[in-house]
Unconditional design. Structure first.
Ligand code: C2E
Ligand code: CA
Ligand code: CA
Length: 397
């Protein structure tokens, strides 16, 4: 008989030992790791079972689930965590929405027997694995579906932390849209933002996102979690002269201070619309709302035009930050962006801080703020809260 293969990831070596023993007793060959890096290299397509700790310092299970979904993983997945059972349930649903076979959850502390039962379940349902998640090619979506989703409130937000690179204190989040499609599962923005822009539905989406994000801001504030909220907006909206007042009304209605909101607009979009947007940008600034030049460095016209934009922040695109250790021109762009930010008195944040090496290099270059997988992937709000409690990225200086 071919033996079954199980992979376990947990930051606690004792937990790994325990799981391994039980699984080996049940005839599994076990591989294990305490960190995400090894997880990615240990992962292979013929694993039968994956046991995943949802919340570990410096990383999170949710985005590991996304990785598994991208790999069209067919293994049975067991989620465990010391956190609230509600969080585990949400994660399970999320995994299933990704097309993954999440067969059970295991709140810690758990009984050995509970785990054995799940292992049996994994083995029983094994033969359905091959028929499962077959059609996981990237879905396509239509304008009608987008409209229906907007009407039905099928969009929601994940939040990715922004932190001081030196003290590791988290000070803000970026709200990123996700679409829960009833048949096609979880859809990421690369599949719908363009369509939303082309079809004009982006306006409605943006309004929903802004309202949702600011309500979340308030919910967190009530819990004593004070985080700036960054929201992506399409450049086109900046030629609408009524936009600043709309923002003001929303802030008033929800009683959110203007300075807590940062609107991210892409550099390319801003430059294309610069003449038409100056009025709106200036009025937003006067109200105290922050403006971030997103995807900074990718603008075709070069970095110098940033001077004309009344922004508060430059956000260096991840396409320069990620390769900055080995690519000279990427590094030059990162340094130039930092110089421009300093000259113009704008805060500079690096996107795509994936490794500790990058964090250090950025810090040495004088970059104080960062966002990226090293800190955390984007997370649903309740899991974000759990992450905040355990992450070593929220040390107060
Ligand atoms: P963006 O504004 O540049 O957002 C950052 C994207 O980079 C996010 O992808 C995030 O998950 C990803 N990312 C963050 N850190 C890292 C890292 O360390 N490594 C790598 N490889 N990637 C990282 P996501 O959520 O898929 O969003 C993609 C784009 O979709 C966003 O890019 C933004 O332009 C757009 N978008 C997302 N939500 C909205 C929205 O509500 N409205 C509008 N207009 N656009 C949105
Ligand atoms: Ca952004
Ligand atoms: Ca970007």
């Amino acid at each position: 008989m071919v033996s079954k293969k199980l992979l376990v990831i947990d930051d606690n070596p004792d937990m790994i030992r325990l799981i391994s023993e039980i699984a080996e007793d049940s005839g599994f060959v076990v591989s294990s790791t305490t960190g995400a890096d090894y997880f990615f290299s240990l992962y292979h397509a013929d694993l039968d079972v994956i046991v995943l700790d949802l919340i570990m310092p410096g990383m999170d299970g949710i985005e590991l689930l996304r990785f598994l979904a991208e790999k069209q993983c067919k293994a049975a997945i067991i989620l465990m965590s010391g956190c609230d059972k509600r969080v585990l349930d949400t994660a399970k649903e999320l995994g299933q929405a990704h097309g993954l076979r999440v067969i059970g959850i295991l709140p810690k502390p758990y009984r050995v027997m509970d785990f054995q039962v799940l292992l049996e379940k994994a083995t029983e349902t094994d033969n359905v694995a091959s028929s499962f998640s077959q059609e996981k090619a990237k879905p396509t979506v239509t304008e009608e579906e987008l409209q229906t989703a907007l009407n039905n409130g099928n969009f929601f937000l994940h939040y990715q932390p922004q932190a001081y690179l030196k003290s590791r204190r988290v000070y803000g989040v970026e709200a990123l849209s996700r679409w829960q499609h009833p048949d096609k599962g979880l859809i990421f923005p690369d599949l719908f933002i363009d369509l939303a822009e082309r079809s004009g539905l982006i306006r409605e989406l943006t309004e929903q996102v802004l309202t949702r994000a600011l309500k979340q801001y308030n919910r967190w504030r009530q819990k004593g979690i004070n985080l700036n909220m960054s929201v992506n907006i399409p450049a086109g909206i900046l030629s609408d002269l009524s936009f600043p007042n709309q923002i003001q009304e929303l802030l008033d209605e929800l009683n959110v201070p203007a300075k807590a909101l940062l609107l991210e607009v892409t550099e390319t979009g801003l430059i294309k619309e610069i003449k038409k947007s100056l009025d709106v940008l200036t009025r937003l600034r006067m109200k105290g709302v922050g403006i971030s030049v997103d995807d900074f460095g990718t603008g075709y016209s070069g970095l110098q035009q940033a001077r004309e934009i009344p922004a508060t922040e430059l956000k260096i695109d991840k396409s320069f930050v990620i390769p900055m250790m080995e690519n000279d021109s990427a590094r030059v762009i990162v340094h130039t962006a930092l110089q421009i930010g300093q000259q113009l008195n704008m805060r500079v944040i690096a996107e795509g801080v994936e490794t500790e090496e990058i964090r250090l290099a950025l810090q040495e270059a004088g970059c104080r703020f960062g966002q990226g997988y090293l800190i955390s992937r984007p997370l649903p709000p309740d899991i974000f809260e759990e992450w905040l409690k355990t992450a070593d990225w929220n040390r107060v200086d």
